[in-house]
Design a protein around this ligand. Structure first.
Ligand code: ZN
Length: 255
């Protein structure tokens, strides 16, 4: 039965609010951010690229024609909303939103495992799981970055900024795959060894990340994973990535 706008909705945590207000709050979760809330995050095109320099007009350190003024290796610039912007959005949607780590260390601090922190985020009474890691930060900054990264990651499970990530990441993955391919051609590498000869310790998750955005690589990965007897959830993830591979809007245009 369709709820009337004036009907009260009961949230899983027992709160009640008019259906119209509840729907507004839900819609606010996935509302696009304004351009002044969006930052640019450089994402390196090649993994092991020690050639860094200032990202300024005409410089080769930008792979997409956006010049951030930072100092980095040749990079794409991802659209990005920092955890402060995400937090503002969560506060607007539900001032009672909160998060808590999965587990605590013996010192009573959030337990770090798998290179980061698993935690739960609750918004409008609904709890979803997320993970944060410190990226390249160390020391106290690593903890703060881990929390910020978790907030971004978990908020995405509620639809916050999802469109930014999918579009921006897909564009970056495509560019990265293209430039990787160019490097392989110029270096005239011998053909890759047969998948059957690869060690069993192949990092499937990383392979999927690396192949993301490249239909050919994904198809090859799918075949390889099928032969290796990968579990259904992995195959489903590969299929989803293949699905995502359809041409995206607003493709990056640059020389
Ligand atoms: Zn830059």
């Amino acid at each position: 039965m369709v709820a009337k706008e004036s009907d009260l909705v009961q949230l899983p945590d027992g709160r009640q609010m008019p259906a119209a207000e509840y729907n507004e709050r839900l819609a606010l979760l996935s509302k696009p951010f304004t351009s002044d809330e969006i930052e640019k995050l450089p994402k390196q095109v090649r993994k092991n690229d020690d050639d860094r320099g200032k990202c300024e007009q005409g410089s080769r350190y930008s792979a997409d024609g956006f010049y951030c003024g930072g100092w980095h290796a040749r990079s794409m610039h991802l659209d990005y909303v920092g955890h402060a912007g995400i937090t503002d959005r969560l506060n607007a949607v539900d001032p009672l939103w909160h998060w808590e780590p999965f587990a605590l260390s013996t010192a009573g601090t959030p337990l770090l495992s798998d290179g980061g922190m698993w935690a739960r985020m609750t918004v409008l009474g609904v709890t979803r799981i997320g993970f944060g890691d410190p990226g390249r930060n160390s020391g106290p900054n690593a903890i703060k970055e881990t929390i910020g990264d978790f907030i971004r990651n978990a908020a995405m499970r509620f639809g916050v900024g999802t469109y930014l990530w999918s579009k921006s990441e897909a564009a970056a993955a495509k560019k990265i795959a293209e430039e990787d391919h160019d490097v392989e051609l110029t270096q005239q590498r011998p053909p890759q060894q047969q998948p059957q000869q690869q060690p069993p310790s192949v990092d499937w998750q990383q392979s999927l990340i690396d192949a993301r955005g490249d239909a050919d690589r994904l198809a090859a990965l799918r075949a390889m994973a099928g032969r290796a007897g990968a579990p259904p959830h992995y195959m489903a993830a590969v299929d989803a990535a293949i699905q995502e591979c359809t041409p995206i809007e607003g493709t990056v245009t640059n020389a």
